[in-house]
Design a binder for this molecule. Structure first.
Ligand SMILES: Cc1ncc(COP(=O)(O)O)c(C=O)c1O
Length: 422
């Protein structure tokens, strides 16, 4: 059981972005700073994501910076959405989500992971994983709490944590394997730790959390009475063996809020249908918060996702097979270009240490090499350093992230451009 009474003494010295230290920073500025959107003067700055997207558009490059599929979702799910529109479902859905989807999520968790959830008290539908993660974090964090999170990381975590006035405590995932040093993990926990955020499989590195890493997190979360907030949007994009949710580990389920989404599994990132599951006492808070964020996700699409979650195992096998092919085209292309990327174990992202290309391009970091590739090789990636705060950014200075959620002909074209340029 999670105690709600935590030590609310003043926060430790800020360890994240210098913009957090702005005098009288507004809540939105704390949020923007936590997501890396603020410059030290407190003004919004354009991000490397925007810069690279603009560069891809200007140069006509293949944009492997953006993490969304360029192919259609499964037709039966689209048909189910059309049918749902024709049969009503135009008014508010219940705050916690339509029963059909909550029941489908419960069945999915049972069939895939052996997790038994009550669809009425342990599952809530959200507007994408984004709202689910945000509601989970806002529901448990007090100003002054500490939140252990691993870098590089998805920008949302820092943004939501900073908004609450809690302090992120970043732990680096160490290249080239992107595993954390267990001593760093232990040292990050303290009596102020209120939550730890896991993302497994992991964006941006394409790694999956080992059993030992997850066990250590459960052990430390239990010792310090912290909530585990786990982002598993890539649960069905795991190439080696089945996904093992941290909630399924002994001692985890009573303190874990698990978040997932239809966006990645069903190639429909624009549908904005996700879900959170966890113990009823934690879910009550998540539901209260989310009722004042989106209220409820789009009703007809919830019905269509409920249908999609009942797809047979063959759907998931085919999904993985297609992604494995895309991954292999990207990795082979990078190897032909003289790089040695680790083979992604999950997600639709690959990372590569690109320092061997610096001399040829006349640059000395991955960010500038990314710009050079856009101008000269016809493809765009995102520097991994963009996913880390100042303390750890330097660790990733040589790494670029490339998305392979694109058609194989598009990936082949991008790799041919790279080969020609080098
Ligand atoms: C790790 C991670 N979490 C959450 C999200 C957002 O998920 P959704 O689109 O369902 O809000 C993304 C999207 O890229 C992601 O990569």
């Amino acid at each position: 059981m999670i105690a709600d009474a935590h030590d609310h003494s003043p926060a430790a010295a800020p360890r994240a972005d210098p913009a957090r230290e702005l005098p009288r920073a507004q809540p939105w500025q704390r949020m923007a700073a936590g997501g890396g959107l603020l410059d030290p003067s407190g003004a919004l700055r354009s991000t490397v994501f925007e810069e690279m997207t603009a560069l891809a558009t200007r140069t006509g490059s293949v944009n492997l910076g953006q993490g969304f599929p360029d192919f259609a979702p499964p037709q039966p799910m689209v048909d189910a959405a059309v049918a749902a529109l024709h049969t009503g479902h135009h008014q508010y859905a219940p705050i916690i989500g339509v029963p059909a989807l909550r029941q489908a999520v419960a069945k999915h968790q049972r069939d895939h992971y052996g997790l038994h959830l009550d669809p009425d008290s342990q599952i809530a539908v959200s507007a994408g994983a984004t709202e689910g993660m945000t509601a989970a974090l806002l529901s448990v964090l007090h100003p002054g709490d500490e939140v252990v999170m691993f870098e590089p990381r998805y920008d949302l975590y820092g943004a939501a944590v900073e908004f609450t006035g809690a302090t992120p405590v970043p732990v680096p995932l160490l290249p080239p394997t992107f595993t954390p040093d267990p001593d760093d993990v232990r040292a990050a926990f303290s009596p102020r730790t209120r939550a730890v955020i896991l993302n497994d499989p992991h964006n941006p590195t394409g790694t999956v959390a080992s059993r030992e890493f997850k066990e250590l997190l459960v052990e430390l979360a239990t010792e310090f009475d912290a909530v585990i907030v786990t982002d598993e949007v890539y649960e069905h994009l795991r190439f080696a063996g089945p996904h093992e949710p941290i909630a399924s580990l002994p001692g985890a389920v009573e303190r874990t809020l698990s978040v997932s989404s239809a966006g990645k599994t069903f190639s429909a990132t624009g549908w904005r249908v996700g879900w959170v599951s966890g113990p009823p006492e934690l879910m009550r808070g998540v539901i209260a918060v989310k009722s004042y964020l989106s209220h409820s996700a789009a009703a007809p699409l919830q019905h269509a996702v409920a249908h999609a979650l009942s797809f047979p195992p063959a759907f998931y096998d085919a999904l993985l097979q297609d992604y494995r092919e895309r991954r292999d085209v990207l990795v082979a292309g990078l190897r032909e270009a003289g790089l040695t990327p680790p083979v992604p174990e999950g997600t639709f992202f690959a990372v590569a240490d690109v320092s061997d290309h610096y001399a040829l391009a006349g640059v000395d970091n991955a960010t500038d090499l990314g710009r050079h590739w856009a101008e000269n090789a016809g493809l765009v990636g995102i520097p991994v350093s963009a996913f880390a705060g100042p303390a750890n950014r330097g660790l990733y200075a040589d790494w670029l992230r490339l998305a392979f959620c694109k058609r194989t002909d598009v990936l082949r074209g991008a790799m041919a451009g790279l080969a020609a340029a080098v």
